[in-house]
Design a protein around this ligand. Structure first.
Ligand code: SAH
Ligand code: SF4
Length: 436
């Protein structure tokens, strides 16, 4: 979501005459778009900003700004840690940054920071521009904010109440992306399964979100659709069947579970049980037997006992996730749960985290090895990070695939025979001749 916000801002700044530079040392403005979901992200952002501010004598004209969730949560308080900061901009004001920068450059160094944290009606519609040029895969923000109150989570505080963009605007954005060469869109929201619930009726048993998926699937040129994240509470049969009935909807779903213990789920204020989660998984596999399923889990949530943790480990064994992000609980001042309640020792969190990653790694490797010898359709995204002449893309199941090929293949969907597999990556060879 932050990546998408940053990209939309870069596109807006370009329209106002600013230019993106590759080299930090050449920049007149450096904006850090921050995350506040875990403490580590904040520590990193503050460290980076401090480093920039401390080296400012070399570049006295440099303006440094902090945007996004940490800016929203800490506001002016950031000036205590980071004196000299020029800009602090909350999550609903990012689109005003071009004007704010103009103001900063005009005001001839009064040394006063501009701080803008207010909420703004309709601000969800401002995250809509893309930088020009062809990109095979694009993110599209369909909504902002969240109305849940998960005990550990800072997001409702930093991103505000749930606000959806009109379906027609989202479709228009996807259509324009298709026209400029985008083949895959990932629809983004904190709980995409809630999309349009207040604004749109259910039609023929289909929720507004499924209606949106169908509308995006009707766009010529868009070949692949993904989304993140759905919530177990709103995951109904119509969405499971959409994976079967909409060929462009790729067979991979990221469905955060957080915990396999009903007691902990309740304490987290997550309104479902492990059994309900398993029912959704069964429903998905009933619709698409080999669908790839990934998740988020938190270990060391306050009060998590060995037994609670075992329930999560058992759920991991039962589901056989293809991929999982496992997080150690990080107390968030400003979240519903009192920060003082962090009572699971760090070493225990570490052990539990590694245990879940081990289970996941086993299942992920087994799935990846099952592709060896098969030909997978890969959307080529660009050069692989390592290796000359190597390309990188993803198969329908969202596994990363690396293979050799020419740069002219970027943006195409090509057949690749999978030769070997690790936990995270499939290696393969391009199957020639390419279909016309
Ligand atoms: N809206 C999504 C989650 C967004 S936050 C959902 O409800 O599924 C992304 C992930 O960060 C969460 O799924 C959760 O696993 C993790 N997370 C959020 N707050 C956290 C905290 N305080 N400590 C550790 N992990 C956290
Ligand atoms: Fe946070 Fe829960 Fe909302 Fe997800 S659903 S953003 S975890 S409050």
């Amino acid at each position: 979501m932050n990546e998408r916000d940053s990209e939309a801002l870069a596109a807006l700044l370009a329209l106002s005459g600013y230019e993106v530079v590759e080299d930090e040392a050449a920049a007149d403005v450096i904006l850090l778009n921050t995350c506040a979901v875990r403490e580590a992200a904040e520590v990193k952002a503050i460290g980076k900003a401090r480093h920039l501010l401390e080296h400012r004598e070399e570049t006295p004209q440099l303006k440094v700004g902090i945007l996004g969730c940490m800016a929203q949560n800490r506001g002016r308080g950031l000036l205590k840690n980071l004196p000299g900061l020029d800009l602090i901009v909350g999550t609903q004001q990012i689109h005003h940054i071009p004007e704010m920068l103009d103001q900063l450059f005009a005001q001839r160094d009064t040394g006063k920071a501009l701080v803008e944290l207010s909420s703004e009606e309709g601000s969800q519609n401002a995250i809509s521009r893309h930088t020009p040029g062809k990109k095979p895969c694009a993110f599209v923000s369909i909504m902002q904010g969240c109305n849940m109150r998960c005990a550990y989570c800072i997001v409702p505080k930093t991103r505000g109440r749930e606000r959806c963009r009109p379906l027609a605007d989202i479709v228009a954005e996807c259509r324009a992306l298709a026209a400029s060469g985008t083949r895959e869109v990932t629809l983004l929201g904190q709980i995409v399964t809630s999309y349009g619930r207040r604004e749109m009726p259910v039609v023929g048993g289909k929720s507004p979100f499924v209606q949106l998926l169908e509308a995006v699937a009707a766009i010529a040129g868009i070949e692949r659709i993904r989304f993140t994240s759905p919530h177990p509470r709103g995951f109904r049969r119509d969405l499971a069947e959409a994976f079967r009935d909409i060929p462009k909807l790729m067979p991979a779903v990221h469905l955060p579970v957080q915990s396999g213990s009903d007691r902990i789920l309740k304490a987290m204020n997550r309104p479902y049980t492990a059994e309900k989660y398993l029912e959704i998984v069964a429903m998905l596999r009933d619709a698409v037997p080999d669908i790839c399923i990934s998740t988020d889990a938190i270990v060391g949530f306050p009060g998590e006992t060995e037994e609670d943790f075992r329930a999560t480990a058992e759920l991991f064994e039962a589901v056989r996730f293809d991929m999982a992000y496992v997080f150690k609980y990080s107390p968030r001042p400003g979240s519903p749960l009192d920060a003082a309640a962090d009572d699971v020792p760090e070493a225990v969190k570490e052990t539990r985290c590694n245990a879940l990653l081990d289970i996941m790694g086993r299942h992920s490797l087994a799935r990846n090895q099952s592709y060896v010898g098969k030909v997978e359709k890969v959307l080529v995204e660009g050069p692989a990070r390592r290796g000359e002449g190597r390309l990188m893309g993803h198969n329908p199941g969202a596994r990363k695939v690396v293979f050799s090929g020419g740069a002219d293949l970027v943006g195409k969907i090509v057949p690749v025979r999978i030769d070997s597999a690790t936990v995270t990556t499939l290696e393969g060879s391009l199957q020639l001749p390419l279909p016309s």
